[in-house]
Design a binder for this molecule. Sequence first.
Ligand code: UT7
Length: 336
Amino acid sequence: MSRALSPLASFRAIGAYVPEKILTNFDLEKMIDTSDEWITKRTGIKERRIAAEDESTSDMGAKAAALAIERAGIDKAEIDLVLCATVTPDYFNMPSTACIISEKLDIRNVQALDISAACSGFVYLLSVAKAFIESGMKKHILIIGAEKFSSIVDWTDRGTCILFGDGAGAAIISATDKKEEAFVDVHASADGGYADFLVTPSPGSVNPMNQKSLDEGLNFVQMKGNETFKLAVRTLTKDVKEILETNKISAGDIPHFVPHQANYRIIKAVGDALKMREDQVVLTVHKYGNTSAASIPMAINDLYEAGNLKYGELMLLDTFGGGLTWASALLPYAGK
Ligand code: UT7
């Protein structure tokens, strides 16, 4: 075992929560002009989870977080930072969803904040948590990706409503002095030149909430699907190749490739470009759809609960979303 002189960040535990209600492609056939065949062929999605009307993003995030804390085997009083990634916060302006989750978990007097990086949110949080830990400022950070995407979807728009689902995932990132437990690398990047590819125009300072913005449906997510698709494949392939090359790790040596679960065709294209075997690629898109910032931690949780994630095994994460933002991470699982 090799020890580091300054603190390193480690991925200590995972948790997730999925709402009970399942919305299948056959249910969608009854709502809009689509078919199970089209959705399956173009996206790989068969069903997605939808939160109850009275279930908020923070409700889901708190449940995922409670599980991660329990599995980490730490006392919640040891947590010194709470970070939440979401684009469907409980309230659009304030308070932050991280503050509300802290209250629901009775985590008191710690810094709590949200970040907005859409589907890339969870991997963005890994980079933020890494920096806080390595600077010595924090020791146990609770990070959460939670989304009630159904609350911003236009259920008459077949180009978007078939894709998204609700859910939450959370992790505990802790300081360690063991090099074999430490994050290897995190890349996070953005290009605001593509801001209009994925946008929820209102509410905000550009389009404040008023009758006009509601009448025009500006409160719903709008997506240039096909353009986003092509850019996602190009950008992710390049980004993932770069992180592997920089760290001199071959794709064949990664036990777990956990890509953002947006569309099976994107996952397949990137996996094929890296020559990944099927058994390396974690897939949940068929059962959860795209849950934005919750997608990666929900997928890691599935891997864990299936008994397939062991201490020290390397994970390669990649994600892409509104902003546009993208990110990838290489890190071992450091939990039990
Ligand atoms: O999470 C972050 C980022 N988001 C993404 O990564 C999403 C990326 N984009 C996609 O996943 C895909 O672009 C979609 C699944 C959204 C759409 O698939 P596509 O193969 O790009 O289809 P398209 O938009 O080019 O549309 C092809 C046809 C159109 O009909 P025409 O004009 O050819 O007659 C659409 O109107 O498919 C039609 N169409 C549908 N038909 C049945 C679009 N949505 C549907 C639908 N059911 N739900």
